[in-house]
Design a protein. Structure first.
Lengths: 333, 584
C-alpha cells in the first residue's frame, strides 16, 4: 500500500521491450526514444486505426472540393425537386440515399448531406487544431515559467489557471459571439467568427496544458542534468529552452492530441447553440440543430452529423491514448 | 391528454353565447368524436363551448414576450393576450368568422362618435368599471394611457398611430412633461367622456382605437415607465399574481373586481393562467400535442416535426386548424441601404419564390403572394407581379437579374446583410433560400439571426441599426392592424411612419406619390375610392421593389381536446385567448 504508483510505470517495461527486440537474432542496435515509441505505436492496432482515421479526415477536409466534385453535389445547392413541399422530407425512401446522394438529402432544401458533412469537417478540424495550438503555446510558456521560477511567479500563474478553469466558458462564448461586430481587426463574416471561436476556445483551455507542463517542469528542474548545466554557468533562458523544453515535447504532444477532440466538441456545441459559423457554411453542430427541428420528418438527418462528430472525437482519443502509451510522458529521460 | 368521457358537446349552432355571463352552453351532443372536433372545426365556429370554471390554463411561447405593458406591444398575439388583464375603450368582438374583425365597445358604452368634419371623436365610458384594487376607472386614466404612447424612448414596441394622428402640438409624453393638462390631443370634459382631437379628418378612427391595447387605462400614480409592464394594473378578468419575469413568465389569477355582466368579450373560467416564456419551440409543440400546454401563444402554428405528426395522424389532425392567418410574410428591402432601384430589382428577380414558399411549409404554410396586402383586406386587388412570378416552381430569373445589376452599375454583384428571427426556423429557411438564389448573380447575403423579442424594436425596427450594419433585406410578417388598406399598409409605407425604434416601414420608403396618396385618403370619404388609393400604394411598393412579396400565411394551429371555447379569431389571426377554459 505504501508503494508509489509510479513504480509500475513503463520505465521498467521499456527496457525489456528493447532488449527483447535485440535478442530476436538481429544485430543489436541503439534506438532513440522516438524509434521505440514508433515501434510501440505500430503494435497498438487500435491507436493505429485511430491515427489512420484522423489522417483520412484531415485529407478529406483539405481536399473537400475535390471529394465533393467526385462524389457529391455542391454543399449549398438546393434540390427541392426531390423534396415533398408539404411535409418537407425527401420524396424517395431512405432519406434520398442513393448513388447520387451518398448520405441522403437535407429535409426542406434538399442539400446534399454528404457534401455538407465533408465541408463541415473543415470547420471542425480547423477550429479544433488552431484552438489547441493557441492553448499549447500559452500553456507551455506559462507552465514552464511557473514551474521553473517557482515562488510568487508560480503562485500568480497557478491562481490564474484556477480562475480560468472556473470560468463559465460556454456562457461567456455565447455572449461574446452574440455581440460580435461584423468587421473587426480586418476580418469579417465567417473569418471573424472562426477567429473568435479559435481564440476563445484556445484561450480558455490553456490551463489544462499549463498545469501538466508546470508539474513536469518542477520535477525536471531538480534533476542532475539541470544542476550540471547551472553549475557550468548556463543562464535561465538556456536551461529553459535547451534543457527542460525538449524533455516536455512528449507530454505536450500527447495532451495536445487529447485536447483537439475536446475542442472539436466545444465548437460543435457552440454551433449547435447557434453561436458558431453563420449559414450557409456547413458545420456539424449547426447541422445537428437543424436535424433536431426535423427529427420526425428525417430521423437519419440526426444520425449523420452525430456520427461524424462521434467518429472524429473517438479517432482522436484513441490515437491520443495510444500515443501516450507509446511515448509515456512519465518516463522522461 | 386523453379525454375522460365528458358531457361537453359541440354546439350545433355556429354561434356561441359569449355575452353577458350567459352560462348556459350549447346543448345537444352531436357528431363530436372522442378527441377533437375535426380538422378546421374551430374556423367559423366554437369548439368545446363550455362555461365550466376552474383548472389551470397553461400558455407558452418560445421567445420572450416583447412587453406585458398594454401600451407597449405590437405583436398580434400580445394584443390578444393582453385582453386577459386589460380592458380598452374598444376591442375586437370575441366571435368567430368575420364578426371578429369588427370593433366592439369595451370600456366605452358604444363606438366613438365623430364630428361632422371627422376630426373629433367622442367616447362615453361605462360607469362603475373598476381596477383590480377596486378604484374606479376614469376618463383621465385613458387620456394618460394615450399620452404615454407619445414617448417612444420609454414605450418602444407599440404602434405609433396616436402620436401621428392626434393634434398634440409637439407634446413629448408624460415622462418629460408631468402635467397631463399640457396634452391637448385627448380631452376629458368629465370623468366619463373621452374626446380625441385629430390633426386631419380620419374616417377609420374607431378601427384604430380598437386594434391595440393602447387605450387600456393606466393610473398615472401607478405608472413606472418601462417597468410598468412587469406588473400592469388589471382591469380585465385576470390580474398578475406577482411581477412578470422577463424570459420566464408569470401567473394570472382571477380579478374579483371585474364584472362579467359588463363584458361580452371575455370570460373568467380557469382558476389560474400560467404563462411560460422562453420554452424551446420543439418542446413547446411536444407538450402542446400531449395537452400539457394548452396554447402556443405566438399563434403562428406548429414547427416542422409537429406538422408531420399532425398531418399524418388523423386523431391529431382532428384537433387542428389550418386557416389563413392574415399575415403576409414578406421581405422588406431597405431603400437607404440599397438605394438604387435597379439593384433592388435584381434582388427580386433573382429570388427563388418556390424555395421561399417551401420554407413556410408548402400548401399547409401558405399561398404565394402577389400584392403586399393579403387577400383578407377589404377592397384589395390581386395586383400584377413586378420582377417576379407568384407561382409554384418559379425559381427566379437569373438573366433579368443580371440585366438589372448591369443597369445598377454593379454587374459584378454586391454584398449586404440579411437579418431574420433566429427562433423562427421558417424565417431562417427563407433567408437561406434567398442567400442561395441571390448568390447565382453574385449578390452576397450575409445572414444574421436575432431574437424575436428585440427584432422589431432594435434590429429590423431600427433604421440606424439597419444602416450601420449594412442590412439590405430582412424577413418580416405583418397582419393588418385593421382590415382595410390603411390598417395594413400605412405603417409600412408612409414617410411619417418611419420611427427610430419599433419601425415597421423597414424599407424606409419615402415616396412622394405614396405620401401624396396617404394625404388624399384621409379626406376621401368613400370606402371604394380609398381602396383604389390603397391598391395604388401597394402597386407602387412593389414597382419600387421596396417590399418583396413572399407568402400569405396559413397557420397549422393545434387545440388540445381539453381546451374549451376555442375558435379562430380573424382579427388576431389565431385562436382567441380571452374566452378560453380548460377541462381537467
Amino acid at each position: 500500500m505504501t508503494a508509489p504508483i509510479e513504480v509500475t510505470g513503463s520505465e521498467t517495461q521499456a527496457q525489456p521491450d528493447a532488449v527483447l527486440e535485440g535478442i530476436e537474432g538481429k544485430a543489436i542496435q541503439g534506438r532513440s526514444l522516438g524509434q521505440i515509441a514508433w515501434l510501440r505505436l505500430k503494435r497498438d492496432k487500435v491507436a493505429l486505426a485511430g491515427g489512420i482515421i484522423v489522417i483520412l479526415l484531415i485529407l478529406m477536409a483539405i481536399f473537400a472540393p475535390l471529394v465533393v466534385k467526385l462524389l457529391g453535389h455542391p454543399p449549398n445547392e438546393f434540390h427541392q425537386d426531390l423534396i415533398d413541399p408539404t411535409l418537407g422530407g425527401p420524396t424517395s425512401s431512405l432519406g434520398g440515399m442513393n448513388g447520387d446522394f451518398l448520405l441522403g438529402l437535407e429535409p426542406g432544401n434538399g442539400r446534399d448531406l454528404f457534401s455538407r458533412i465533408v465541408y463541415g469537417a473543415r470547420v471542425s478540424l480547423l477550429v479544433g487544431f488552431m484552438a489547441t495550438l493557441v492553448a499549447v503555446v500559452i500553456g507551455t510558456v506559462l507552465g514552464v515559467v511557473a514551474g521553473y521560477f517557482g515562488g510568487w511567479v508560480d503562485w500568480v500563474i497557478a491562481r490564474l489557471m484556477d480562475i480560468f478553469l472556473a470560468f463559465p466558458l460556454l456562457m461567456f462564448s455565447i455572449a461574446v459571439v452574440g455581440v460580435l461586430p461584423d468587421k473587426w481587426l480586418g476580418l469579417e463574416g465567417n473569418g471573424l467568427r472562426m477567429a473568435i471561436l479559435i481564440f476563445i476556445i484556445g484561450f480558455f483551455s490553456w490551463p489544462y496544458i499549463g498545469r501538466i507542463v508546470r508539474g513536469q517542469t518542477i520535477s525536471l528542474r531538480e534533476r542532475e542534468f539541470v544542476d550540471a548545466a547551472r553549475s557550468m554557468g548556463a543562464r535561465s533562458p538556456y536551461i529553459l529552452f535547451r534543457e527542460i523544453l525538449p524533455n516536455l515535447v512528449a507530454p505536450i504532444l500527447v495532451y495536445s492530441t487529447l485536447l483537439i477532440p475536446t475542442n472539436i466538441l466545444f465548437e460543435a456545441a457552440l454551433s449547435f447553440l447557434g453561436v458558431g459559423i453563420s449559414p450557409p457554411t456547413p458545420a456539424w453542430g449547426s447541422m445537428l440543430t437543424d436535424a433536431i427541428r426535423t427529427y420526425q420528418i428525417a430521423p437519419y438527418f440526426v444520425v449523420i452529423p452525430g456520427m461524424a462528430i462521434f467518429i472524429t472525437v473517438m479517432a482522436f482519443n484513441l490515437f491520443g491514448d495510444g500515443l501516450r502509451d507509446a511515448l509515456d510522458p512519465r518516463s522522461n529521460r | 391528454m386523453k379525454s375522460r368521457p365528458r358531457i361537453l358537446a359541440a354546439s350545433s349552432a355556429g354561434v356561441v353565447l359569449l355575452g353577458l355571463g350567459l352560462t348556459a352552453c350549447g346543448g345537444g351532443g352531436d357528431e363530436k368524436t372522442a378527441d377533437g372536433a375535426g380538422f378546421e372545426a374551430a374556423v367559423g365556429k366554437v369548439v368545446n363551448p363550455s362555461d365550466k370554471k376552474g383548472g389551470t390554463l397553461r400558455m407558452a411561447i418560445s421567445s420572450d414576450i416583447e412587453s406585458t405593458d398594454p401600451g407597449d406591444m405590437y405583436y398580434a398575439w400580445s394584443t390578444n393576450y393582453v385582453r386577459l388583464y386589460s380592458r380598452m375603450l374598444l376591442t375586437y368582438a370575441s366571435k368567430p368568422g368575420d364578426e371578429g374583425r369588427k370593433p366592439s365597445p369595451d370600456l366605452a358604452e358604444g363606438l366613438g362618435v365623430p364630428s361632422a368634419d371627422k376630426k373629433t371623436w367622442t367616447y362615453k365610458l361605462r360607469r362603475g368599471m373598476k381596477y383590480e384594487d377596486g378604484t374606479e376607472i376614469k376618463a383621465k386614466d385613458i387620456k394618460y394611457a394615450v399620452a404615454r404612447t407619445f414617448d417612444r424612448a420609454v414605450l418602444r414596441h407599440g404602434p405609433s398611430y396616436f402620436s401621428n394622428v392626434l393634434d398634440a402640438k409637439g407634446y413629448k409624453g408624460p415622462y418629460k412633461d408631468k402635467n397631463l393638462d399640457n396634452f391637448k390631443g385627448v380631452e376629458t370634459p368629465d370623468d366619463y367622456t373621452v374626446v380625441f382631437k385629430l390633426k386631419d379628418p380620419f374616417t377609420e378612427f374607431n378601427e384604430l382605437v380598437n386594434f391595440s391595447g393602447q387605450t387600456a387605462p393606466v393610473p398615472q400614480d401607478k405608472d413606472k415607465g418601462e417597468r410598468y409592464g412587469l406588473h400592469p394594473i388589471s382591469s380585465g378578468p385576470y390580474k398578475w399574481e406577482k411581477d412578470y419575469q422577463p424570459g420566464k413568465g408569470g401567473t394570472l389569477v382571477p380579478n374579483s373586481n371585474w364584472d362579467q355582466s359588463t363584458d361580452t368579450n371575455r370570460k373568467q373560467l380557469p382558476a389560474r393562467i400560467e404563462t411560460i416564456a422562453g420554452l424551446n419551440a420543439e418542446e413547446l409543440d411536444n407538450q402542446l400535442l400531449k395537452g400539457q400546454i394548452h396554447v402556443d401563444l405566438a399563434g403562428s402554428g406548429v414547427q416542422d416535426n409537429a406538422r408531420k405528426s399532425i398531418l399524418t395522424d388523423p386523431k391529431l389532425k382532428a384537433q387542428a386548424d389550418n386557416p389563413p392567418g392574415g399575415f403576409h410574410w414578406y421581405n422588406p428591402i431597405d431603400m437607404k441601404v440599397v438605394p438604387n432601384l435597379e439593384c433592388r430589382k435584381a434582388m427580386v428577380w433573382a429570388a427563388d419564390r418556390d424555395a421561399m414558399w417551401r420554407a413556410y411549409g408548402g400548401d399547409v404554410g401558405g399561398e404565394i403572394a402577389t400584392s403586399i396586402m393579403p387577400p383578407d383586406v377589404e377592397g384589395r386587388e390581386k395586383g400584377t407581379d413586378y420582377y417576379t412570378k407568384a407561382e409554384k416552381g418559379y425559381k427566379g430569373n437569373v438573366e433579368e437579374a443580371k440585366k438589372s445589376l448591369a443597369a445598377c452599375g454593379k454587374p459584378q454583384g454586391f454584398e449586404t446583410t440579411m437579418i431574420y428571427r433566429e427562433d423562427r426556423p421558417k424565417e431562417k429557411g427563407v433567408a437561406i433560400a434567398l442567400q442561395q438564389s441571390l448568390a447565382r448573380v453574385n449578390i452576397k447575403l450575409n445572414l444574421k439571426g436575432f431574437p424575436a423579442n428585440t427584432y422589431t424594436s432594435d434590429q429590423a425596427g431600427s433604421p440606424s441599426f439597419m444602416q450601420k450594419n449594412n442590412v439590405g433585406i430582412g424577413t418580416f410578417g405583418w397582419l393588418s392592424d385593421w382590415p382595410t388598406g390603411y390598417g395594413y399598409l400605412w405603417a409600412l409605407s408612409d414617410k411619417a411612419a418611419i420611427l427610430p425604434s419599433g419601425n415597421v416601414n423597414i424599407a424606409q420608403i419615402d415616396d412622394p406619390q405614396i405620401n401624396e396618396a396617404w394625404k388624399k385618403s384621409y379626406t376621401t370619404v368613400d370606402a371604394a375610392e380609398r381602396a383604389k388609393l390603397y391598391n395604388m400604394i401597394d402597386d407602387r411598393l412593389r414597382s419600387q421593389a421596396a417590399y418583396m412579396p413572399n407568402v400569405y400565411a396559413k397557420s397549422l394551429l393545434f387545440r388540445p381536446s381539453t381546451l374549451n371555447n376555442v375558435f379562430f379569431h380573424k382579427g388576431f389571426g389565431m385562436y382567441n385567448y380571452s374566452t378560453l377554459g380548460v377541462t381537467q
